[in-house]
Write a protein that binds this ligand. Structure first.
Ligand SMILES: Cc1cc2nc3c(=O)[nH]c(=O)nc-3n(C[C@H](O)[C@H](O)[C@H](O)COP(=O)(O)O)c2cc1C
Length: 306
């Protein structure tokens, strides 16, 4: 049997397979490289980077829920300058596409971060986070506003020729309206979804379980919602989609691809089994052999293709 081709394209970026590590769940690669060989996966997204370092929210920042978790990390990160100085050299030792996730409180900050990182030759793409549910400024203020997402896309596009992905919020009525504006303003792709706003309370001390009160719900609980959002985008807008949300195994990956995702990201699963992304790549190959598919990319949006 000929070798199976797992490669997929996100616009101009070719990935060896569709399995990407999601922002905020693997640090800057250093938190997972011991368990998953970064040279075997499709790509890695950094923790959201802001212009200046951020401490994030005070603890408690994470709580487990049925079939998922709530997090309100608050975009704690080392800042762009420190990332360039101390994290890029480590990432540089791997042959893996690097997607830098950017978070900001103002449009100018998005632009500045993008400009600084565009100058770094190792970066392959940007994922602009306009959808963080856990911060007071930026985050959902942008993510819920179609015009703001359009402006951010336009301004960031003007300062970089790298692949530009906008990470969309599920906390909206029609996610496809956001994908439409991203395409119109020159974005290359969208990733969907970020976590959903949720909360949890302690029944004995009557207090919220996380200090920020609300957090972002992720994990298997959100998979059906994420699939429906990806399907909505792929039905309405002709733009590459990276599917995210509750992926726990290779079958979930296939499901996302069938409804239109060109690639996927693995988030919460990394906390349960940091070796899972590598295993999933192998299992995707086994699936292709089992069903007689030579190029995995054939199944992208297969549900929608007549
Ligand atoms: C602890 C934690 C931290 C996260 N931090 C970020 C972040 O900094 N930037 C971002 O765009 N998404 C962040 N996310 C969202 C994930 O990248 C992903 O979109 C979401 O968790 C849904 O995928 P999952 O169900 O596979 O986890 C975070 C998620 C978790 C669980």
């Amino acid at each position: 049997m000929n070798k199976i081709d797992l490669s997929v394209n996100i616009g101009s970026l070719k990935l060896r397979n569709p399995v990407i590590l999601a922002s905020g769940t693997v640090g800057y690669g250093d938190e997972i490289s011991e368990f998953t060989d970064l040279n075997t996966i499709g790509g890695i997204v950094t923790k959201s980077l802001s212009l200046k370092p951020r401490k994030g929210n005070p603890p408690q920042r994470i709580v487990e829920t049925h079939a998922g978790m709530l997090n309100a990390i608050g975009l704690a990160n080392v800042g762009v300058e420190e990332f360039v100085k101390s994290k890029i050299p480590f990432l540089n030792t791997f042959d893996v596409p690097l997607i830098c996730n950017i978070a900001a409180s103002t449009i100018e900050e998005y632009v500045e971060c993008t400009k600084i990182l565009t100058a770094e030759n190792i970066i392959d793409a940007f994922e602009i986070n306009v959808s963080c549910p856990n911060v007071k400024e930026g985050g959902l203020e942008f993510g819920n506003d179609v015009k703001a997402v359009g402006r951010i896309t336009e301004k960031v596009r003007a300062v970089t020729d790298k692949l530009l992905i906008l990470k969309l919020s599920p906390n909206v009525s029609y996610i496809s309206h956001f994908a439409e504006v991203v395409k119109k303003e020159g974005g290359d792709a969208v990733s969907a979804i970020n976590s959903l706003v949720g909360t949890a309370f302690d029944i004995y001390d009557f207090k919220p379980k996380i200090s920020n009160i609300n957090g972002g719900l992720s994990g298997p609980a959100i998979k059906p919602i994420a699939l429906a959002k990806v399907l909505e985008i792929s039905r309405k807008v002709d733009i590459p989609i990276i599917g995210i949300g509750g992926i726990m195994n290779w079958k979930d990956v296939i499901e996302f691809m069938i409804v239109g995702a060109s690639a996927i990201q693995i988030g919460t699963l990394n906390f349960i089994d940091p070796a899972a992304p590598g295993k999933i790549v192998k299992e995707l190959e086994d699936y292709c052999i089992q069903v007689g598919i030579k190029n995995l990319s054939e199944i992208i949006a297969s549900y929608l293709i007549e």
